[in-house]
Design a protein around this ligand. Structure first.
Ligand code: ATP
Ligand code: MG
Length: 434
């Protein structure tokens, strides 16, 4: 086996990590390769189609083209969300165009993969030998099989397109011609669940025998939540830790993009007389404005000033917090007897639910504060502890954060395969039993 390649095909940006044959992992500088303004390991997921529907631009090129002029047939900052409506993937991306939504999304994936191939400086044979994986959220049951099938098709096509030259700007004709009509299915091209991959990377692995941990990944399109039991193996074992899923992870389709809409509401509430052009520019800039609000405390645009407090005290922010807490509480309720037994255990007693945040929204203050409050366990209070994942053991992250790279790192690691998804029996752990 020549190793693996995990693509975190994020709603706002794409990251890629390679696992080498010796199991070390290498974060690929695809951002530097594509002159990304985000960081040197991420490419934006944006798509731009010009007014003539002749050129399709991806990533940074899409963002620059939109910045230059608002005149375009399509600008989409979060196109991955199209996968959430698999029945619409085959419709033309724009009326009259021969390309479907799925075709255009496949070009976006090919652009990420082509950048990774250039960074790795490998040929087609080596890429074919790599086990390719792409991460996805927990889609609602009704769309899961359609969305997974589409992502599988896209991955297999993108693999064949990655060597067809530059994908940052392509003509619609070139994309149409390059899309393989017949898919050579690669059995080893696999899908990885985002909350599990992030948990494998970030959840603590040592210094305690047993812990119950919650992973909350606040991305752009989804907030992915998973509850896990971590069991540190004893010294006779070769694995770093065993991670058991407690219940099914969930993805709320409310995250950074939803906060963008709340920020937009605040601006338009303060300035209700904006022209269509001003509104369109404000929409384009809203992700950056929100990030400024949560790092600096406020942002100014179109003559209005929105503060962090304006956003976090809004009705929408409160709804967001309530939905996240309700999803977590439901996961806890499903594991009530198990967690109760760990809290009351005479050895290896658990004292709190440990929470690790990841994704671009990992340090949003009002979310962190909301998660620091205890949950309930029947009649009892379940204390929580927010913990930071340390960078110990991480490969070179080229200045990016581990929270942001967790999905790609975890998805590429051998731990992802070792991670046992079935729940263990309630039993006493003896030396040598793992
Ligand atoms: N300092 C910050 N404060 C608040 N939000 C931030 C900050 N930095 C980035 N974000 C937001 O985090 C989101 C991007 O996070 P991330 O890269 O983890 O998402 P993604 O992987 O692209 O999306 P998803 O996982 O939902 O598919 C964006 O909405 C971005 O605006
Ligand atoms: Mg993500």
């Amino acid at each position: 086996m020549s190793g693996a390649l995990c693509i975190d095909f994020g709603t706002s940006s794409i990251r890629v990590v390679r696992r080498m044959p010796n199991f070390s992992r290498v974060v690929l500088e695809i951002g530097r390769q594509n002159k990304s303004t985000l960081d040197s390991v991420s490419i934006q997921s944006a798509i731009h189609i010009d007014t003539d529907c002749k050129y399709i631009r991806y990533g940074e090129r899409a963002v620059s083209a939109r910045k230059l002029s608002a005149d375009c047939a399509l600008y989409e900052a979060s196109p991955k969300l199209w996968l959430g409506q698999p029945e619409k993937l085959s419709i033309p991306v724009l009326q009259g165009m021969r390309l479907s939504r799925e075709d255009v999304l496949t070009g976006l994936l090919a652009n990420g993969l082509a950048a990774a191939v250039r960074v790795m400086d490998i040929g087609e044979r080596t890429l074919r030998a790599l086990e390719l994986r792409v991460a996805h959220p927990v889609w609602p049951a009704a769309v899961n099989s359609g969305a997974c099938a589409a992502l599988g098709r896209m991955l297999n096509k993108a693999k064949r397109m990655a060597f067809d030259g530059d994908w940052t700007t392509v003509t619609a004709n070139k994309l149409k011609d390059a899309l393989p009509t017949e898919i050579i299915w690669d059995e080893r091209a696999g899908l990885v669940l985002e909350p599990i991959a992030a948990a494998v990377e970030l959840l603590p692995s040592t210094d305690n025998v047993r812990r119950v941990c919650l992973l909350v990944d606040v991305g752009a399109g989804t907030t992915d939540i998973g509850l896990f039991e971590g069991v540190a193996p004893d010294s006779n074992s070769s694995v770093r830790q065993k991670l058991y899923l407690m219940g099914q992870p969930v993805s709320l389709f409310k995250a950074g993009d939803y906060l963008d809409s709340l920020v937009l509401e605040e601006f338009t509430w303060q300035k209700s007389t904006l022209s269509q052009a001003q509104l369109s520019d404000l929409r384009f800039d809203i992700r950056r404005l929100k990030e400024t609000i949560f790092t600096v405390g406020y942002a100014q645009a179109v003559g209005a000033r929105v503060s962090q407090n304006d956003v976090s005290s809004s009705v929408g922010a409160n709804e967001f917090v309530l939905e996240i807490r309700a999803s977590i509480q439901a996961l806890i309720n499903n594991e009530k007897s198990r967690i109760s037994s760990y809290l009351g255990a005479s050895v290896n007693r658990m004292d709190a639910l440990e929470i690790v945040m990841s994704g671009g929204g990992a340090s949003i203050p009002f979310l962190c504060e909301a998660l620091e409050k205890p949950f309930t366990l029947g009649e009892l209070k379940l204390p929580v502890r927010l913990i930071d994942s340390s960078n110990v053991g991480a490969p070179n992250l080229y200045g990016a954060t581990r929270e942001r790279l967790a999905v790609a790192l975890g998805g590429a690691s051998e731990q992802y395969e070792l991670c046992q998804h079935q729940r263990p029996e309630l039993r006493t752990i003896r030396r040598g039993s793992y």
